[in-house]
Ligand binder design. Structure first.
Ligand code: FES
Length: 160
């Protein structure tokens, strides 16, 4: 550990602690933590995954699976809103399939596709880390809790 305050490590540690405190008890906390970390630092060292796993009381493999399933390391396309519909077990059992069908119908695309105007990319993910709010959908960095097919059109509209 570097003790030289001029090297930047101390300020990064402080910032990471602040981010952990900020997201610890909020919906989608783990993903939001990583997304904000990536926005600030641009990369994700394994030491941060380890630290977050401890802070959020999760297994490292669980965190890695989450990051992989949500493509968190993939760069976003400017202007494109990424809609991630959770199809994890909890969301699935609470009607996520109908939610996904509604998004497909409203947007006129299938998962893995982008709308012709380039505004929305639709994907299916395994778990957003917000199971208590299932069915959960994430748009960009924002979790939408308890989504049902009737809410889908207004969610989309709020990003146009
Ligand atoms: S299963 Fe959907 S948020 Fe966990």
């Amino acid at each position: 550990m570097c003790n030289d305050s001029g090297c930047g490590h101390d300020s990064e540690n402080t910032r990471v602690n602040e981010l952990i405190t900020k997201y610890k008890d909020r919906p989608g906390e783990v993903l939001k933590f990583f997304r904000e970390y990536m926005e600030i630092y641009g990369s994700l060292p394994s030491k941060i995954i380890k630290r977050a796993a401890e802070a959020f009381d999760k297994e490292e493999t669980e965190i890695e699976d989450l990051l992989y399933s949500c493509n968190i390391l993939r760069h976003a396309t400017p202007g494109l809103h990424r809609i991630s519909v959770c199809m994890g077990t909890t969301c699935y059992l609470k009607g996520a399939q109908q939610v996904l069908k509604a998004f497909c119908g409203e947007l006129g695309i299938s998962p893995g596709e982008t709308t012709s105007d380039g505004l929305f990319y639709l994907e299916v993910v395994r778990c957003l880390g917000a199971c208590e709010f299932s069915p959960s959908v994430m748009v960009d960095n924002e979790i939408h809790p308890h989504v049902n097919p009737d809410k889908v059109a207004s969610i989309i509209k709020s990003y146009i």
